[in-house]
Design a protein around this ligand. Structure first.
Ligand code: NAD
Length: 252
């Protein structure tokens, strides 16, 4: 059985990825910083309480993966936080750094410790979760957009550097995903703009050709494809799962 490690896999998009890999016959190992969410993942999955910004913890996680599994076929570097919603002059350096720490450094650390295992096996696939924010920008979410843009550069570099070892790396850029995290964003924006939650939702959704939010399973299906041998010559790519963004700044 193929083996996938998913960061931030206890809930949200990462959890949907775990379910999709599980359904496709993969062994699943998730890490997350939320112990109670981790306790809730399916019995058959391996789980580790790891914050992806902690290099010692990430290094230890991959040592354990190496001992228990003897390697890993795919890494989904999925952890990310939304960061502040604020005009650029109101973004504190602390908030900026905290957002980059999870979204960018978290992906860097996971790739750093997965790469030696994959290079040794002369095979592997790294799938990094960015965002349409990393393709277009995202007004009032500068740290998030900067981090999500940066992981695209990181992933393209991984694809070049690791390609000779048979290792691929690709980025998925989801649009707004249904779920608690986006509900939080909608609530904050609705309050800041004096609009209803539904009006803000509509503003986002109408910025896509498909006119709706993404679901976790949409992103997860793409991750399974990219990790699979069917995608054996797909590397260095940035693939949006967003219903086709036609207006990245819907001015909601
Ligand atoms: P989420 O807020 O629902 O969180 C999912 C999990 O991430 C949680 O279990 C949480 O504990 C874990 N997590 C957060 N920080 C962590 C850390 N430092 N170390 C380990 N685990 C951590 O997130 P989500 O909506 O599932 O997003 C997953 C990925 O998709 C992120 O990279 C996010 O930026 C990206 N994304 C999300 C959306 C969206 O609308 N939700 C849109 C585009 C991209």
């Amino acid at each position: 059985m193929k083996r996938v490690l998913i960061t931030a896999g206890a809930s949200g998009v990462g959890r949907a990825m775990g379910e999709a890999f599980d359904a496709a016959g993969w062994q699943v190992w998730v890490c997350d910083r939320d112990a109670s969410a981790l306790a809730d993942v399916p019995e058959a999955w391996r789980r580790s309480l790891v914050d992806v910004t902690d290099e010692v913890a990430v290094s230890g996680l991959f040592s354990e993966v190496s001992e228990v599994w003897g390697g890993v076929d795919a890494l989904c570097a999925n952890a990310g936080i939304a960061g502040p919603t604020a005009a650029i002059e109101d973004v504190s350096l602390q908030d900026w750094q905290a957002c980059l720490a999870v979204n960018l450094e978290g992906a860097f650390l996971a790739a750093k410790y997965a790469a030696p295992l994959m290079k040794a096996a002369k095979a592997g696939s790294i799938v990094v979760t960015s965002s349409t924010a990393g393709q277009y920008g995202y007004p009032f979410r500068a740290p998030y957009a900067a981090a999500k843009w940066a992981v695209i550069g990181l992933t393209k570099t991984l694809a070049m550097e690791l390609g000779p070892y048979g290792v691929r790396a690709n980025v998925i850029c989801p649009g707004a995903v249904e779920g608690p995290r986006m509900e939080g964003v909608l609530a904050r924006e609705a309050e800041a703009k004096g609009m209803s939650r539904d009006a803000v939702y509509e503003g986002y959704a109408s910025g896509t050709a498909m006119g709706r939010f993404v679901e976790g399973k949409d992103v997860a299906g793409m991750a399974v494809f990219l990790a699979s041998d069917t995608a054996r010559l797909v590397s260095g790519q940035v693939i949006a799962v967003d219903g086709f963004t036609v207006n990245p700044d819907p001015k909601v």
